[in-house]
Each structure stands twice: as structure tokens, then as C-alpha cells.
Design a binder for this molecule. Structure first.
Ligand SMILES: Cc1cc2nc3c(=O)[nH]c(=O)nc-3n(C[C@H](O)[C@H](O)[C@H](O)COP(=O)(O)O)c2cc1C
Ligand SMILES: [Fe+2]
Ligand SMILES: [Fe+2]
Length: 407
């Protein structure tokens, strides 16, 4: 665990977590950070504490020692969000200290008690404050359904630091650089994609609430954004707010100027058409991603489709339905409420077809409202006539996706 100073009396404690399935699902290729914050006035508060998460008191002591805090000095645990990636440490802390108060929303209070049996809780509402002394004043601002219904922002008024928890977070490990002004151009790109991965994997289902939370952050006039995952924004907090606004548009069909080919094939018949499509995209100079299912992780698949203005689906018929790994991918996108994408599908069948019917069912059932250019189905291998149709429809997609592009 690393400790970093954000301002006098405000420190970040951060650690990288790798080799886990985030939420028990997401294979996060580049890991994730868990960030906690300590605010010291006369009283000391820890926000979204994860130090000592391993239950070993030495971890806790040695980390806090680096910033001159003894565990006994901690008076308040501020739980912005009850999800155990931020709160899982409470029971361990209780073993070594007895007299602290948990501060959280009413919805979180119910969970703090049912998950950890805690009852020493102060419930806060919009605009409530906690004066820690020495000029450190915290205010609390619920942002319900930013991930869970219990979530809130904590804001330190003197430095105008927003502790935003999952909001404005990103996946991706941090090694040398922790603040936006330290990131190289390459690292900026890395965290932009890891932000998209985080938003699309974890947050996108809650897009309407996220929009409200962005508005609330604007009203608070913030100088520093300090999230629960990923870098701290102190030079340009507006950047991550703008990024999150843009990601919220990707959730509803906008995208970068690129196409994702989401495909699968058993014996290479559909793959012939995929190769052909790839040659057209190359010829036309269009940026594209080629994702073969089931070889890609769901994390990568969701993030890549999410950020694309155009989607091309290549998948054959399998047992009277859509090739299962592609059907599963589309279902996952539907569960995530990724709507309004401009798309085109083609695929091979042997005798009856049936893939197209299931595709329509998935789109309908999940209310995805994707805008499909007419599909091309071919028996066995694609012949010249099929490829001519496919080419025309890919060109139509390239033309029509321009109005979806937001970068
Ligand atoms: C397990 C399996 C199930 C299939 N089920 C159907 C089917 O229900 N209806 C149909 O028209 N073709 C079906 N086919 C035939 C495939 O759709 C056909 O072989 C197609 O060319 C496969 O394309 P691919 O090589 O891109 O996977 C099935 C093939 C396999 C191997
Ligand atoms: Fe969360
Ligand atoms: Fe989180």
C-alpha cells in the first residue's frame, strides 16, 4: 500500500489489486486500485477505508505510521458506499478499536448493520457537515444509485476535494503516477480506456443516476476529485467529469470513430465473411477492433463494443439459434443496458437458419433498441453475391455511423 499527500492533513492510501475477478465476474486485464483517504483535523476520519483489508493489524499500523496516524486516532469511518471493495475492512478494524463512529446515508446504515453487525452509526443527509477541527470541514451529498442505492459523495470544503468513491473511477493499476498532472500521454490513454472499462463493466446500467451525480459534482465547485479507484484529478478535474459525460453517451449508442466486429465461427464459413469485412475496413481506412467470441473476456468485449460507434456481428446458426458465445455477448450487452448502437449482422447456416430470430429476440427482450442494417445470411460458404451485399451494407454502416461519433 502506498501513501500520498493530497494536501495538508489529507492523504491517499492506495493499493493495486490484481488476479481477481472484480465483482466475481470481470477479468480485469490491468488490475484495479483501491483508494482510501485520511482527513486529519483535531479529529481524524478515514473515507472508504480498505487498509488492513487482509485482517493483519501490522498492515494497518505500518501504513498509517507513514503518515503519522495511529489506528487509535481514527474517530470516524466514512462509508461513501457499502460495497465491500470499500467497506470490507470494517470488521477487521473493529477487532483493534472499539470507539469509532460510522458515517453514511440511511440506506447504507441498514447494510452496515446487516453486513457487519455495526450499530454505532451517524446517518447523514444532503448538505450535512462534520467539523473535524483545524479547518477541516466535511460535507455529505447522497448520489443514489451510483452503483448502489446507498452511495454519497464526501467533500472537504477547505481544499474543495471531492471524495467520489465509484464515481469518476477507473480500472488499471497505478505504479509511479497517481495524479493527473503526473500522467504521460500514454498513461492518459491507458486510464481513458480503463475508465471506459470500469464505466462499461460496472457503472453503465446506472447511467441516468450517473448523469445526476455529474451535475451534483458541478454544483459543488470542486478543485480536486479523489475517487475510490484510479488516479486523482487535481490539475483538471473537469476532464474526468467530461469523460464521464461522454461515456454516458456511449451507453446510449454514441461511440468513438471505430467499429467493433463481434464474431464467432465453428468451421470457418462465417469467418470467411469476417475476413472480407476486415479487408473492406482496412481499404476504407476505418479504425476497427476484431473480437472473436468466446476467446475474449466479457470485460474486454463489453468495453470495446461500448466505445464503438458501429458494431458488426458475424455469427452462424447453431441448433436453430444464434451461435451461443455471440448470443451470450449480446445478452450481456443487453443486461448492461447498452442501447442504440448502429449494427449490421451476417452469418452462415446449414439448412434452416434461426440465428436471426434469436438475435431479434435478444434485442427486443433487453429493450436494446439497436439500429440494424438489414442482415445477410448465406447457406454454407459466402458466394460472390453474398459478399457484394455485405460490402454494400458495411459501406452503409460506415456512412451512417458518422452521426454517432463523439470523441
Ligand atoms: C452443432 C451445430 C449445430 C447447427 N445447427 C444448425 C441449425 O439449427 N440450423 C442450421 O441451419 N444450421 C445449423 N448448423 C450448421 C451451421 O450453421 C453451418 O455449418 C454454418 O456454415 C456454420 O458456420 P461457421 O463455420 O461460421 O460456424 C449447425 C452446425 C453445428 C456444428
Ligand atoms: Fe461499487
Ligand atoms: Fe468500487
Amino acid at each position: 500500500m502506498k501513501t500520498l499527500k493530497i494536501a495538508d492533513g489529507i492523504h491517499m492510501l492506495t493499493m493495486n489489486v490484481e488476479d481477481i475477478l472484480f465483482e466475481g465476474i470481470w477479468e480485469i486485464a490491468n488490475g484495479v486500485t483501491l483508494n482510501s483517504y485520511i482527513v486529519q483535523g483535531e479529529k481524524t476520519a478515514i473515507i472508504d477505508g480498505v487498509i488492513g483489508w487482509d485482517g493483519i493489524p501490522e498492515t494497518l499500523y505500518s501504513t498509517l505510521e507513514k503518515i503519522g496516524v495511529k489506528p487509535d486516532d481514527i474517530d470516524y469511518l466514512i462509508v461513501n458506499h457499502m460495497e465491500p471493495d470499500h467497506s470490507g475492512w470494517i470488521s477487521n478494524f473493529r477487532k483493534i478499536k472499539d470507539d469509532f463512529t460510522i458515517i453514511c446515508t440511511d440506506k447504507a446504515a441498514k447494510m452496515v448493520s446487516s453486513f457487519y453487525g455495526e450499530d454505532r452509526i451517524r446517518i447523514v443527509k444532503e448538505g450535512d457537515t462534520l467539523d473535524l477541527g483545524k479547518g477541516k470541514l466535511l460535507s455529505f451529498h447522497p448520489v443514489p444509485n451510483v452503483h448502489w442505492p446507498d452511495t454519497m459523495y464526501t467533500c472537504e470544503r477547505d481544499t474543495k476535494t471531492l471524495f467520489s468513491c465509484d464515481m469518476f473511477g477507473a480500472f488499471g493499476r497505478m505504479t509511479d503516477h497517481y495524479f493527473d498532472d503526473e500522467l504521460t500521454a500514454e498513461e492518459m490513454d491507458f486510464f481513458e480506456f480503463e475508465g471506459i472499462r470500469y464505466y462499461s463493466n460496472v457503472m453503465t446500467t446506472f447511467t441516468p443516476s450517473i448523469r445526476k451525480a455529474i451535475e451534483k459534482a458541478k454544483e459543488l465547485e470542486i478543485n480536486i476529485i479523489a475517487p475510490g479507484h484510479g488516479p486523482v484529478y487535481r490539475k483538471n478535474p473537469q476532464k474526468i467529469m467530461d469523460d464521464y459525460s461522454r461515456f454516458s453517451l456511449y451507453a446510449e449508442g454514441a461511440g468513438k470513430n471505430e467499429i467493433t466486429i463481434l464474431w464467432g465461427s465453428m468451421y470457418g464459413m462465417t469467418a470467411k465473411a469476417v475476413d472480407f469485412v476486415e479487408s473492406i475496413l482496412k481499404r476504407e481506412g476505418v479504425r476497427y477492433n476484431r473480437l472473436e467470441m468466446p476467446l475474449e473476456s466479457d470485460s474486454e468485449m463489453v468495453a470495446t463494443v461500448f466505445k464503438s460507434a458501429g458494431v458488426i456481428i458475424g455469427a452462424p446458426t447453431y441448433e436453430y439459434k444464434l451461435f451461443p458465445p455471440v448470443a451470450a455477448a449480446l445478452n450481456e450487452l443487453g443486461r448492461k443496458k447498452i442501447t442504440g448502437k448502429l449494427a449490421f449482422r451476417f452469418g452462415s447456416y446449414g439448412w434452416s437458419g434461426g440465428a436471426e430470430r434469436e438475435l431479434n429476440e435478444i434485442i427486443e427482450r433487453n429493450k436494446m433498441n439497436w439500429d440494424f442494417i438489414e442482415s445477410v445470411e448465406f447457406e454454407g460458404a459466402p458466394v460472390e453475391e453474398d459478399l457484394i451485399k455485405i460490402e454494400a451494407r458495411v459501406l452503409e454502416l460506415i456512412k451512417r455511423m458518422r452521426e454517432k461519433v463523439v470523441e
